[in-house]
Design a protein around this ligand. Sequence first.
Ligand code: PEP
Length: 253
Amino acid sequence: MKTRRPIVAGNWKMNKTLAEAGELLEGLVPELKDVDSVGIIVCTPYTNLAVAKEKLAGTNIKVGAQNLHWEKSGAFTGEVSADMLKDFCEYVIIGHSERRAMFGETDETVNKKVFASLEVGLMPIVCVGETLEENEAGQTAEVVGRMVREGLKGLDQEKAARVVVAYEPVWAIGTGKTATPEQANDVHKNVIRPILREMFGEAVGDGMRILYGGSVKPGNAKELFGMSDIDGGLIGGASLKVADFVGIVEGAF
Ligand code: PEP
């Protein structure tokens, strides 16, 4: 019996106009309104945060963003700070593999963003995961371990307790290839969890949620989320359709 309350977070990525976002949110609210055993989050593009805040006010679905800048304000064209985000949402995805691969994010920038978010009360969902090449070279534990240690470096226990980690093997994201429940749980249980316990103590390390992400679907969610150290999921493509996202949330019951 797991004591950690599971979380299912949708990552909309760069999808949904304002009208489309409104429609998706209106579809989710009635379908999910009776769920209280799972924390539900939708992480929208910046342009949809206001409509998400409005349509999800008073519901059991929380709002998240997909990125932030670590500085408070200033000459950073195109960027958004933690202070600006906190008017709209409670969570923020940090270090998604797409941002690491395409937008130059590093363990160091991830760490700065984690601190910036926690400082204003935003809860970070910190993504870690190895590429196919690294996986095949047997480097999963080394790469994922480094990302966890460097990304969460310097946090005290109080801050760490508010962090959610998402293990997302890059080879499983948007590819239709899902890690097997055993494969994913092995990384959660034998790589990430021991590092969290070592860094933040047993109680805090055991209490932190570790989500799995990578081609989660209604058909495989239950089996994945049933594993001992998989505390829910970060969902990309399937979070864009009401029925699929609802089916995945139901997999976390
Ligand atoms: C993601 O974007 O975080 C993700 C896991 O994507 P998908 O579910 O589409 O593989």
